[in-house]
Design a binder for this molecule. Structure first.
Ligand code: GTP
Ligand code: MG
Length: 173
C-alpha cells in the first residue's frame, strides 16, 4: 500500500534461477514495475528488486534476486543462495532444453540451500501458444514429483505473474 514502502514485518529473500533467455528478468520487472522489454539483454551478475505484500495485517517484503542463466555471467553461487527462503525455477514452454535442464538447477539448489526452501517451478512464455513444446501437464507432473509449487506464466501479457510470486510468498509464510 502507499506510504508503507519502507516498513515491513518480514523480509523474504527469493532467488530466480533457470536457463538464459527463459524470461527471469522480465518476470521480475513485470512483477515489481509492471514493465516488459522485448529483446532484453542477458543479465550480468546480480540484480535485486522488491515488492511488499500485505498478508493478515503484516507487511511482507519479498526481496528478489535475479542472476544470469549464462554460466560465464553468474555471480558467486554460494553468496547468491545464502539466506534464501524461496526459489523460482523458470523454464520456457517453447524450449525443451530449458525444461530438461530443470534437473541441473534442482541439483544446484539442493547443493546450496536448506531442504526446507520453498520452490515454485514456472513455465514462462505461455503466450507462445503455437510454439509450445512442453505441455502443461508435463510441467505440472514434474513439479509434483519434485514436491514444488507450479504455475505457467507470461511476462509478456502478465498472465499469472503476480500469482506465481505471491503463491511462493504465501508458501514461505
Ligand atoms: P538471462 O538474464 O540471460 O539469464 O535471461 P532471462 O531469463 O533473464 O531472460 P529475459 O527476461 O532477458 O528474456 C529473454 C527474452 O525472452 C527477451 O527477448 C524477452 O523479451 C523474452 N520474453 C521474456 N518473457 C517472455 C514471455 O512471457 N513471452 C514472450 N513471448 N517472450 C518473453
Ligand atoms: Mg536476466
Amino acid at each position: 500500500a502507499e506510504g508503507t514502502e519502507d516498513s515491513y514485518d518480514y523480509l523474504f529473500k527469493i532467488v530466480l534461477i533457470g536457463d538464459s533467455g527463459v524470461g527471469k528478468s522480465n518476470l521480475l520487472s513485470r512483477y515489481t514495475k509492471n514493465e516488459f522489454h522485448l529483446g532484453s539483454k542477458a543479465t550480468i551478475g546480480v540484480e535485486l528488486a522488491q515488492n511488499t505484500i500485505e498478508v493478515e495485517d503484516k507487511n511482507i517484503r519479498a526481496q528478489i534476486w535475479d542472476t544470469a542463466g549464462q554460466e560465464r555471467y553468474r555471480a558467486i553461487t554460494s553468496a547468491y543462495y545464502r539466506g534464501a527462503l524461496g526459489a523460482i525455477l523458470v523454464y520456457d514452454i517453447a524450449k525443451v532444453t530449458s525444461f530438461q535442464n530443470l534437473d541441473k538447477w534442482i541439483a544446484e539448489l539442493k547443493q546450496h540451500t536448506e531442504s526446507n526452501l520453498s520452490v515454485i517451478i514456472v513455465g514462462n512464455k505461455s503466450d507462445l501458444k503455437h510454439l509450445r513444446i512442453v505441455e502443461t501437464k508435463r510441467g505440472r507432473q514434474y513439479a509434483a514429483d519434485q514436491g514444488t509449487l507450479f504455475m505457467e506464466t507470461s511476462a509478456l501479457d502478465s498472465t499469472n505473474v503476480t500469482e506465481a510470486f505471491e503463491d511462493l510468498v504465501m508458501h514461505i509464510y
